[in-house]
Design a protein around this ligand. Structure first.
Ligand code: GLV
Length: 314
């Protein structure tokens, strides 16, 4: 029987693959462990099941070196885990690819629609008693049908968004670091940013994509364009985005992720034509359960001496 640290509460059934192992955590109130608490716990655990709210940095991994046999992040993104440090200590890191693509694409498309059609502002006014009745010049958004969508990153989630966009009659372009040799590929990200009506971001977080959409690139976008981010908050310079929205240099934004979650900058809160969601891209009952089960199954496999398919360490 191994000891497995489970940092946060998981959906019902998510722990089933770990039956027979001793579970440590989560805290009764389900608040995240502090960095010190993580370091203390990993010293006596064989495995960690963590969430993207846990910073599993080199210090945590160092503390667990010698005892930890696997780290499983219940997310497809793993920028919260120092994968290089884990690899240096021979600890495999697992994620949850493939099971959340369609659910996250649903949400990205919801944000494309909601931001383009100003749904948040319209609903806020109605709920706040500020709707005087139908008006021909009220809440004039941008059409999604026939618009050109620019996908930044062309992995599974972006492709799932492209399929939805086709149903709306959108023209779809995409940018990726390597030529996809597929229709709609645009090699130059600046060109894509300046051409499309909607930019939807689907790249991983981390140093390689930090502020990919900074003030300069945001300024290339059409003033009528919409930016949607369901990837990682760090991909966009939030201060520059808020300034572009306040200055009417960008039509609208739909965000599910933020640079310093759960903190939201006051400038973004106050930005016009902006839909803000609390990182719910994969939040359907079925998908969150699949993610948890995939992560805990990977841990069980490693503890039994096997190799799960979802290892991200080289
Ligand atoms: C969610 O953001 C994930 O990476 O799974």
């Amino acid at each position: 029987m191994a000891r497995v640290l489970v940092t946060r509460r998981l959906p019902d059934g998510g722990l089933d693959p770990l039956a027979g192992h001793e579970l440590v955590g989560p805290k009764p109130d389900d608040t995240p462990y502090s960095h010190d608490e993580l370091c203390a716990h990993v010293r006596s655990c064989d495995a960690v099941v963590c969430l993207l709210t846990d910073r599993i940095d080199a210090a945590v991994i160092e503390a667990g070196a010698g005892t930890l046999r696997v780290i499983a992040n219940v997310a497809v993104g793993y920028d919260n885990v120092d994968v290089a440090a884990a690899h240096a200590h021979g600890i495999p890191v697992c994620n949850t690819p493939g099971v959340l693509d369609e659910t996250t694409a649903d949400l990205a498309f919801a944000l494309i629609l909601a931001a383009s059609r100003l749904l948040s502002e319209a609903e806020r006014d109605l709920r706040g008693g500020r709707w005087p009745g139908w008006g021909i010049t009220q809440y004039l958004g941008r059409d999604v049908h026939e618009a050109t969508l620019g996908l930044v990153g062309f992995g599974r989630i972006a492709r799932a968004v492209a399929r939805r966009a086709a149903g709306f009659g959108m023209h779809v372009l995409h940018h990726a670091r390597h030529d996809t040799n597929e229709d709609g590929y645009v090699a130059d990200l600046d060109e894509l940013a300046g051409t499309v009506d909607v930019v939807s971001l689907h790249v991983p977080g981390g140093a390689g994509t930090h502020h990919l959409f900074d003030a300069r690139r945001l300024a290339l976008m059409k003033p009528t364009a919409v930016l949607v981010n369901t990837a990682r908050g760090t991909v966009v310079d939030e201060t520059a985005l808020a300034a572009a929205l306040h200055g009417d240099r960008l039509f609208a934004a739909g965000l599910d992720v933020y640079e310093r979650e759960p903190e939201i900058s006051p400038e973004l809160f106050a930005a016009p034509r902006t839909v803000l969601l609390p990182h719910i891209g994969s939040a359907s009952q079925a998908t969150r359960t699949r993610m948890a089960t995939m992560a805990t199954s990977a841990v069980a496999t490693v503890l039994e001496g096997g190799t799960p398919p979802n290892i991200v360490t080289p």
